[in-house]
Ligand binder design. Structure first.
Ligand SMILES: CCCCCCCCCCCCCCCC(=O)SCCNC(=O)CCNC(=O)[C@H](O)C(C)(C)COP(=O)(O)OP(=O)(O)OC[C@H]1O[C@@H](n2cnc3c(N)ncnc32)[C@H](O)[C@@H]1OP(=O)(O)O
Length: 215
């Protein structure tokens, strides 16, 4: 293939339709035939409601992380979420541009927030990210995410981040597989100091309960 054609192919790939749905998923991100549509928990936050942080020291959403993303997620209709994150100078990779790992974190955090709507505790098993456009420092990234299917403990989801406005061009997108876990995943693996602090904070316990199925 000529260099010119190669460049045109690259550009075409970047400018494909805006929906994450248009992207073929790798095998482990394709829900199995027995997967079911996600069911919004009756006590899930109402559409339009801000979810708040699940943990004050979370790098993605916690207020207690000075250089964190301070991402704010809002429940949408069905099993969807919107979120916003403003790229700060502490988030640079190349001069004046967001670090790709930080953008992946924003996608991961948004996708993770979706599990609030199922009232399930889940962690990221697989996260596949496409970086479509550079994202300058100072940019607001407008994220949208949805759960597409659930198969036992496996939760399939996808997200995209747009720049210039909620309907602007897609800059990043991701497909993910989250795996449902028990609270013991954290209590048995997390560092003892932080687990102790969380377990003695009634406000934090209340937030953890909000994740549990049939608390
Ligand atoms: C007291 C304090 C409480 C605090 C309460 C806080 C609550 C809310 C915190 C939320 C925080 C959110 C923050 C953002 C989201 C993160 O960033 S989470 C952090 C990043 N993720 C992790 O650290 C996960 C590390 N990985 C693990 O711990 C384990 O591999 C997992 C994911 C729990 C799975 O292990 P497992 O439970 O032994 O399950 P396993 O049987 O291996 O797999 C189950 C199924 O999933 C499939 N699977 C597993 N991994 C993968 C993979 N990577 N690819 C494809 N398929 C996979 C398996 O093939 C299997 O499929 P089936 O055979 O059932 O068809």
């Amino acid at each position: 293939m000529s260099t010119e054609n190669h460049h045109r192919d690259d550009r075409d790939r970047r400018e494909r339709p805006k929906s994450a749905a248009a992207e073929p998923a790798p095998p482990s991100l394709v829900p199995p035939p027995n997967a079911l549509p996600p069911v919004r928990h009756p006590d899930a936050p109402a559409p339009g409601e801000l979810l708040g942080s699940h943990y004050d020291h979370c790098f993605g959403c916690g207020e207690g992380q000075p250089h964190g993303l301070h991402l704010q997620a809002r429940a949408g209709d069905g099993v969807t979420i919107t979120a916003e994150f403003t790229v700060q100078s502490a988030h640079q990779g190349a001069p004046g541009l967001a670090h790709g790992g930080v953008l992946a974190t924003a996608l991961d955090e948004t996708l993770g927030s979706l599990n609030w709507l199922l009232r399930v505790i889940a962690v990221t098993g697989r996260l596949e990210t496409d970086f479509v456009r550079p994202v300058p420092v100072g940019t607001v990234l407008f994220l949208q995410a949805e759960i597409t299917a659930v198969a036992g403990r496996k939760i399939y989801s996808r997200a995209q981040g747009r720049i210039g406005g909620p309907d602007g061009p897609v800059a990043v997108r991701a497909q993910a597989l989250f795996i449902e876990v028990k609270v013991e995943h954290f209590t048995e693996n997390g560092r003892a100091d932080e687990i102790r602090a969380v377990m003695s904070d009634p406000d934090q316990i209340r937030r953890v309960r909000a994740f549990e199925v049939n608390p």
